[in-house]
Design a protein around this ligand. Structure first.
Ligand code: COA
Length: 273
């Protein structure tokens, strides 16, 4: 893992990192990057068996782990699990709000409940986690990292629900950075671009880069899960001590083409001309 070549192996020793949606994908990749640097890692998600498998991977990297099921839409349950994680591992110093839901659908076919479901998971779920962890973050002078998306600032076809939720996340992040700076708490967002092998890319028309509609990404490839993990480690580290209220775009320059590449990929996946 590249991060261990540039950070000391004990860079996050004694720090508890809590990752929502940490059972797979980008979020598990983030958890692993912190685990490799000595952090204690807590993960939550909807399915305990998935979390248990992820926990084994994290323990194999040497981390103390707490893995307990909680749907971020259930604020009371999430608060309990965040409390349990702190009791097991120590107060949370880094909170990563990564739990998300997505399905591409034309706005006119999306039901009000479908729209609400994504806003509930992404936006309100992120607030629930942040609110529940506040006292711990205050005690540790911690850092919150939200996983946003390009949909937050560029309109993408069939993503009206996701765009609204992610734009909300980035504005919430800025509000929290403003209000909680006085407690020493930093808040930032990461915008991952197309990341290889993730659930998101399966859902959003990924596949092999060369034969995909994404093939004009300026850096000429999909991103790797670890590259988002590395960005999270940087933002949580003392190297970023004066960085708060920012959106860090980690996308190989994909956003420079606007939503064109994504739109083509989605149309191809849906079989449209
Ligand atoms: N197209 C249109 N509407 C959809 C849909 C789709 N593909 N999938 C769900 N919905 C709508 C449902 O129709 C329902 O609305 P309705 O009651 O008006 O019919 C609403 O969304 C809730 O659906 P439900 O299946 O009950 O929600 P859920 O909470 O069980 O699951 C997700 C929703 C988003 C969590 C689910 O799609 C999921 O598990 N996704 C995997 C994780 C993920 O999306 N990761 C994204 C990584 S980018």
């Amino acid at each position: 893992m590249l991060v261990t070549r540039f950070f000391p192996a004990d860079a996050f020793k004694g720090t508890t990192v809590f990752v929502t949606g940490g059972g797979s994908g980008i979020n598990l990749g983030i958890a692993k990057n912190f685990a490799a640097l000595g952090a204690n890692v807590a993960i939550c998600g909807r399915k305990q068996d998935k979390l248990d498998r992820a926990a084994e991977e994290l323990r194999a990297l040497g981390a103390k782990v707490h893995a307990e099921a909680a749907d971020v839409r259930d604020a009371a349950r999430l608060e309990t699990v965040i409390g349990n994680a702190a009791a097991a591992l120590g107060p949370i110093g880094v909170l990563v709000c990564g739990a998300a839901g997505n399905f591409p659908v034309p706005a006119e076919e999306l039901s009000p409940n479908g729209f609400k479901t994504v806003v509930d998971i992404d936006l309100i779920g992120s607030f629930n986690a942040t609110r529940a962890a506040f006292e711990q973050l205050k005690a540790t002078k911690g850092s919150v990292i939200f996983i946003s998306a390009g949909m937050a600032y560029v309109p993408f076809p069939y993503q009206v629900h996701v765009g609204a939720a992610k734009a909300g996340i980035d504005m919430m992040m800025k509000n929290l950075a403003l209000e909680w700076g006085k407690y020493g708490i930093r808040a930032n967002s990461i915008v991952p671009g197309p990341i290889e092998g993730t659930e998101g890319m399966k859902r959003l028309g990924g596949g092999d880069y060369e034969s995909s509609r994404y093939r004009s990404i300026p850096l000429g490839r999909f991103g790797a899960v670890d590259e988002i993990g590395q960005a999270a480690v940087f933002l949580a580290s003392p190297l970023a001590a004066y960085i708060t209220g920012t959106v860090l775009v980690v996308d190989g320059g994909s956003n420079l083409a606007g939503s064109t590449l994504f739109g083509q990929a989605i149309e191809a996946m849906r079989g449209a001309p």
